[in-house]
Design a protein around this ligand. Structure first.
Ligand SMILES: Nc1ncnc2c1ncn2[C@@H]1O[C@H](COP(=O)(O)OP(=O)(O)O)[C@@H](O)[C@H]1O
Ligand SMILES: NC(=O)OP(=O)(O)O
Length: 311
């Protein structure tokens, strides 16, 4: 029996509720295969597009109503609810289809960050939809948003993305897992909070779910970290005529490629960094970056990029 973390990328979850339900349904099939085979599974998900859309929608509503918009941590909490709802229903249904009785729950998860994290002065996390350069410049001047080109896909708003320090609901997650539960947690990287004595206060940021998933997977002593996104593999020379997809990559190669600037900031770079961190954390741990649409093949080792320690 292996212990497995599956983190589903926000950009890989489709453009609408219907698309998300379909993708989540297909992924649930592979997740339940793992459960049926006796593996312990923990699920995380991203929220970049979703949290940005929720924030923009509520900003627009506030303009119409002449009221306040919704702060980012609250939008993050909403995205956990919306995506967690689809995931827990899809997994529940697939379990029931196979006559497996197991509790499934999405845990609203808060993650403590450090207010002195340099990320607060250097936003790097793309959220929301993609814009043209012209639209991006207009938004930057009208709304004061910081914008960035995202891996050749268009321009997006960027917000601070501090590193996860502590998963507040970790013991709850552990209790549910020990009771044979299937748990969805650290959605969108977790709601970013700062901790002062007994008080947790949300801060305007979006944590990278790849780092939060790696942290939770380490704390729960899991064996595998699957980061499921919209490309089949990690590539070098991504988007160029000489692009080369990598099936496996040693940690030293990955570090060298980072130095070469091979991975998109705010997209593939945090995934590669999170994969390195997880594999480095204990001998025998493996990380795989693969396509959400090929989850089954990735689990069988037939698709994706596997990170291994060269020590
Ligand atoms: N070297 C690379 N290899 C593969 N994909 C890359 C690379 N550099 C940047 N990317 C981009 O990273 C994207 C995955 O990041 P992102 O969409 O932010 O992930 P998520 O699915 O977690 O939301 C890919 O779809 C691709 O456009
Ligand atoms: N929060 C987060 O990492 O979201 P994405 O997976 O959409 O980038």
């Amino acid at each position: 029996m292996s212990k497995i973390m599956l983190a589903l990328g926000g950009n890989a979850l489709g453009e609408s509720a219907e698309e998300q339900k379909k993708l989540v349904g297909e992924t649930a099939y592979s997740i339940v295969d793992l459960i049926e085979q006796g593996h312990q599974v923990v699920i995380a998900h991203g929220n970049g597009p979703q949290v940005g859309k929720i924030h923009s929608a509520l900003e627009l509503a506030a303009e119409l109503e002449n009221s306040d918009g919704m702060p980012l941590p609250e939008c993050g909490a909403m995205s956990q609810g919306y995506i967690g709802y689809h995931l827990q229903n899809a997994i529940r249904e697939e379990l029931l289809n196979r006559q497996i009785k197991r509790p499934v729950s999405a845990v609203v998860t808060q993650v403590v960050v450090d207010l002195h994290d340099p990320a607060f002065k250097n936003p790097s996390k793309p959220i929301g939809r993609f814009y043209t350069e012209e639209q991006a410049k207009r938004l930057a001047s009208e709304k004061g948003y910081e914008m960035m080109e995202d891996s050749g896909r268009g321009w997006r708003r960027i917000v601070p993305s501090p590193k996860p320090q502590k998963i507040v609901e970790k013991d709850t997650i552990k209790t549910l897992l020990d009771a044979d539960g299937i748990v969805i947690s650290v959605g969108g990287g977790g709601i970013p909070v700062i901790e002062e004595a007994n008080k947790l206060t949300g801060v305007n940021a979006v944590i990278d779910k790849d780092f939060a998933s790696s942290k939770l997977a380490q704390e729960l002593e899991l064996d595998y970290l699957f980061l499921l996104t919209s490309v089949e593999c990690v590539s070098i020379n991504f988007g160029k005529p000489n692009e080369q997809q990598l099936n496996k990559i040693s940690l030293s190669e990955a570090i060298e490629y980072i130095r070469d600037g091979q991975f998109g900031a705010g997209s593939m770079l945090p995934k590669v960094e999170a994969a390195i961190e997880f594999v480095q954390s204990k001998p025998g741990r493996k990380a795989i970056i693969a396509s959400i649409e090929k989850t089954k093949e990735a689990i069988l080792g037939e698709s994706g990029t596997t990170f291994y320690s060269d020590k």
